[in-house]
Ligand binder design. Structure first.
Ligand code: NAD
Ligand code: TDX
Length: 341
């Protein structure tokens, strides 16, 4: 079995590669990644020398390169993680989101059709469903919920999902889609809520909380996401969408306070800043289909998972120091400079 993993040098993709190589010694994994600001070969350090792993630096929009990889490797399965993934960046500059998330996906779908695959899996997000009101805690997204994205990021992911489903209906391509809630864990680029707050708190820097901090996200440990993806690759039915959730809804402010407490830092570091435009209120996802069809449910306890994640960042300071010493600081200044004045 050969799996082509796109975006495997990013947060979830690299965790997935580690997970698969640990659990399936007989699989070959081929990774294509453009190594954008979010891609980091250090995330794959442990597997780079393995005979059943190959890394190719490249863009999923590069049709010629993608076709060449298909010719050389004849992948049985393609799993598409490659994306621009940060909502705030999509608000600043949507162009690259449409390019990679939509057109890049199309290039992969075309190659999958041309060379034939047993499965094309699209890694999508709960954000395609838009948001839920804070006062209706009984509501959750199901696979049948209407698609109603709010940001250029989520609109691009929705467009990609629809394209994937169209390739199934029109060309009979064997596809599956998963829509997951907010991930946390090792190797997450420090622009997302949990990773950013851990590093700022550690460095005694202000913790920028958007609006009143009462927006709600459902958090899942990346290990649980990877396990669910593997199950869908093995057992998922063609043409189906599967929601993956953590059954773990929290207000942002609660998360920030938990991180401060764990690190023994004062709540005075919290700074309420100008809200994100179009900020989604609440995400909550029903995992009923995954539970009913595969008996899957998320296993990592959030308090424990968060503690382990904080420890990972403490033990891997050189990993994130390299990031925050470089290009990333220019983004940080643009995004938070005015807000934190
Ligand atoms: P990430 O930003 O950490 O990683 C994305 C990776 O894709 C990087 O390694 C980057 O170099 C690569 N990439 C970007 N453009 C590329 C291109 N044109 N060609 C090849 N590679 C390219 O993202 P992540 O958080 O690991 O998310 C992975 C996937 O999961 C995305 O599709 C995202 O939409 C989805 N997702 C993420 C979350 C989350 O909480 N992080 C939740 C649900 C779904
Ligand atoms: O500095 C911050 N302050 C803050 O209050 C940041 C970066 C975030 N927030 C808030 C905004 C959100 O309500 O925290 C919440 C989480 O924000 P992000 O980490 O940016 O994630 P989100 O916008 O929820 O999207 C994430 O989950 C779904 C991922 O980035 C997406 O790739 C995924 O599809």
């Amino acid at each position: 079995m050969t799996i082509l993993v796109t975006g495997g040098a990013g947060f979830i993709g690299s965790n997935f590669i580690h997970y698969m190589l640990e659990n399936h010694y007989d699989y070959k994994l081929v990774c294509i990644d453009k190594l954008t600001y979010a891609g980091n070969l250090r995330n794959l350090e442990k597997v780079l020398g393995k005979s059943n792993f190959r890394f190719v630096k490249g863009d999923i929009c590069d049709r010629e390169l993608v076709n060449k990889i298909f010719e050389e490797e004849s992948p049985d399965v393609v799993i598409n993680f490659a994306a621009e993934s940060h909502v705030d960046r999509s608000i600043e500059n949507p162009d690259v989101f449409l390019m990679t998330n939509v057109l890049g996906t199309q290039v992969l779908l075309d190659a999958s059709r041309k060379y034939g695959v047993k499965r094309f899996h699209q890694v999508s997000t709960d954000e395609v469903y838009g948001d839920l009101p804070l006062e209706r805690r009984d509501l959750k997204f199901t696979e049948e919920s209407p698609l109603k994205p709010s940001s250029p990021y989520s609109a691009s992911k929705t467009a990609a999902d629809l394209l994937v489903l169209a390739y199934h209906r029109t060309y009979g391509l064997p596809v599956t889609i998963s829509r997951c809630s907010n991930n946390y864990g090792p190797y997450q680029f420090p622009e997302k809520l949990i990773s950013l707050m851990i590093i700022n708190a550690f460095n005694n820097k202000p913790l920028p909380v958007y609006g009143d901090g009462k927006n709600v996200r459902d958090w899942i440990h990346v290990k649980d996401h990877c396990e669910a993806l593997n199950i869908i690759l093995q057992k998922g039915k063609e043409g189906e969408v599967y929601n993956i959730g953590g059954n773990n809804e929290r207000e942002n402010i609660e998360i920030v306070k938990m991180i401060l407490k764990e690190l023994g830092k004062p709540e005075e570091l919290i700074r309420f800043v100008k809200d994100r435009p179009g900020h989604d209120k609440r995400y909550a996802i029903s995992t009923a289909k995954m539970e009913k069809e595969f008996g899957w449910h998320p296993k990592v306890d959030f308090e424990q998972g968060l503690r382990e994640t904080i420890n990972w960042y403490l033990e891997n300071r050189d990993w994130w120091e390299e990031i925050i010493n470089g290009e990333y600081m220019k983004y940080y200044e643009r995004m938070y400079g005015e807000r934190l004045k």
